[in-house]
Design a protein around this ligand. Structure first.
Ligand code: SF4
Ligand code: SF4
Length: 591
């Protein structure tokens, strides 16, 4: 067992505290130098002298210290370490020469670092952060392993890699068109744009593209590049379920002749897409351990189970469970919210949504392709977008979490909570008691909101929305930027809160596992008149809603025998044909 001490540099503000960490450390008090000031003016914590009492963790006013025991990892397996008290990554994946390998694990455990190392963008220091790392040393270190040839090629400048970056919003700042951006990768733009369905937007400036279109442009550029190894960091971000499947099929074709490594949090998609996967476990911002590769089904089942038998490591206390049958259809006699038929007219798009109602304690998912009006419908109910026809229910109290989040004030979540204490429409007790721990926000309470990561900001926004007592919660894409674990706990928490408070929620999302866990019913949006119109229908019971959605997008799901999780069927397989003819696209047939 080894003890590691992590200082979260961005949270440590030595000029704004009393150095409580060093002041209260019992080893320091006994005259030894366990926590001392380092050359940067911030503390250095000795992992040799530390006795693991945890006092500094609690005394630091900015939650800047983590002290952890890592019984699972061996120091000789460190691949990269960011400083003495910095994050460390243990082991690397070794992608084969063909096929698709997935990387699955929590945010902050080193997936992107592993990707950068394999792409040759970052030289791993093998744990010695005091020297400038060299590729020659890396090649020598991996001699006799499957990664030796890979690093040898990088060192000789012979490995061609193509990387799809994680944050596609950033490419919107480039002053160029989608076509020129894709061509700048060195490949042919037209066929790549065609393969992702973006040809019609080829001449548009990047700044005019939506998040989903930027994602498609980034994927097209990567596909157009001639490379030996293709690396895709979260290719499903901003994409609707139709585009996710389309991209999965394109990547599968690429994997038939090339080596592809994919980081992905949509478990149904990763399961369909990849041949094998490495899991990551560890502690966010502190350390990450990469497991050996497992066949895809084993990898996801192990992940859901939360226990690695081979390494005897439990990385989650409870398994994530699914049920094979839909929840009982809710009776709408006890409706808490009813809305009339609503329409919205735009210059080139017409949306119409039928009248509907939500029962007490019911969470309704809103599903369907992008550009069918889901967000517009939610915005009409929230009072942000005036309808062209129909009047949203005025007497209903609403709490709304929009799709795109931006933190403008430099306040922390704790300060925000303090400012809302006197607000009668904010339940501070619920926020502190249930939402902060339920969404794992304890650690970021004192971080300024603009400094939060995308996933942390998303969890904070959902917590703030759920803390406002309302008859209807409107949550637009609450799973965006979350890792798979965070998605499952968010889905369970939304459902539980809505049931407990006997209120209702409408949730727009594209992740099938998230919807499966969170929802009691579905509203289904579809495209009409070749994209010139959108139609919203429902709510329908889960079985009918899933059948309508999946019939529209032409896929069927089966259940995994061990975990009962939904798995996408191969097109044309015996099960796929059988389910289509029975009209059961998602759940087991009624007996
Ligand atoms: S770790 Fe915390 S207590 Fe120690 S110097 Fe940094 S901010 Fe201050
Ligand atoms: S956990 Fe270690 S560094 Fe922190 S106060 Fe205790 S002995 Fe000191």
């Amino acid at each position: 067992m080894s003890r590691i001490a992590i200082l979260l540099n961005d949270r440590c503000h030595p000029k704004e505290c009393q150095w409580e960490c060093a002041e209260y450390c019992p080893v320091n008090r006994m005259g030894q130098a366990c926590i001392v000031e380092g050359p940067t003016g911030k503390p250095i914590i000795s992992e040799t002298l530390c006795i693991g009492c945890g006092i500094c963790i609690h005394k630091c006013p900015f939650d800047a210290i983590k002290i952890l025991n890592t019984p699972e990892a061996d120091e000789s397996e460190i691949v990269h370490r960011y400083g003495y008290n910095g994050f460390r990554l243990y082991r690397l994946p070794a992608p084969p020469s063909q096929g698709i390998t997935g990387l699955l694990g929590p945010n902050g455990t080193g997936k992107s670092t592993a990707l950068r190392i394999l792409a040759g963008v970052e030289i791993p220091n093998l744990g010695d952060y005091t020297k400038r790392p060299e590729w020659e040393a890396v090649v020598e270190h991996y001699r006799g392993t499957t990664l030796h040839a890979h690093f040898q090629k990088i060192a000789r400048g012979e490995l061609r890699t193509a990387v799809k970056p994680q944050y596609v919003d950033r490419i919107a700042e480039e002053p160029t068109t989608a076509e020129a951006y894709v061509a700048a990768g060195g490949g042919e733009a037209a066929p790549a744009l065609e393969s992702v369905g973006l040809s019609a937007r080829a001449e548009r400036p990047l700044s005019e593209l939506s998040g989903g279109e930027l994602q498609l442009a980034a994927i097209a550029r990567t596909l157009a590049t001639e490379a030996d190894l293709y690396l895709f960091d979260e290719p499903s971000g901003y994409l609707d379920i139709v585009h996710r499947l389309q991209i999965a099929r394109t990547l599968r074709r690429l994997g038939e002749r090339k080596s592809v490594l994919v980081i992905e949090h949509d478990l149904a998609l990763l399961d369909y897409l990849a041949d094998q996967a490495h899991l990551l476990y560890g502690e966010s911002s502190a350390f990450g351990v990469i497991t050996r590769a497992m066949p895809m089904r084993t990898a996801i089942n192990t992940y859901l189970q939360g226990y690695l038998r081979e390494e005897n490591v439990r990385f989650r206390t409870d398994p994530i469970r699914f049920v094979a049958h839909p929840p009982k259809p809710t009776t709408r006699l006890d409706a808490i919210v009813s809305f009339p038929a609503l329409e919205k007219e735009f210059p080139k798009f017409h949306l119409s949504v039928g009248a509907g109602s939500l029962a007490r304690g019911e969470t309704v998912g809103i599903v369907g392709p992008n550009a069918t009006g889901k967000t517009t419908f939610v915005r009409m109910l929230a009072g942000v977008e005036p309808p062209s026809r129909g009047v949203p229910p005025a007497a209903v109290t609403i709490s709304y979490k929009p799709q795109y989040l931006r933190a403008t004030h430099r306040a922390s979540l704790r300060e925000r909570m303090g400012a809302l204490a006197a607000d009668p429409t904010f339940d501070g007790a619920l926020f502190e008691r249930d939402l902060v721990p339920g969404l794992h926000l304890d650690e970021v309470l004192d971080v300024a909101l603009p400094d939060l990561s995308g996933g942390e900001l998303q969890r904070a926004a959902v917590a703030l929305a759920l803390a406002r007592p309302a008859q209807l919660y409107l949550l637009d894409e609450p799973s965006a930027y979350l890792d798979a674990d965070e998605r499952m706990s968010m889905a369970r928490l939304i459902r539980r809160q809505v049931e407990r408070q006997a209120m209702s929620a409408l949730v727009v999302d594209h992740d099938v596992y998230f919807l499966d866990i969170a929802c009691d019913a579905l509203m289904v949006f579809s495209s009409q008149d070749a994209g010139a119109a959108g139609l919203g229908e429902g709510p329908f019971p889960m079985r009918e809603g899933m059948n309508r959605l999946l019939r529209n997008i032409d896929i069927t799901f089966r259940r995994d025998a061990e975990t009962l999780r939904p798995r996408i069927n191969q097109e044309g397989s015996a099960l796929d044909r059988e389910q289509r003819s029975a009209g059961e696209y998602y759940y087991e047939p009624l007996s």
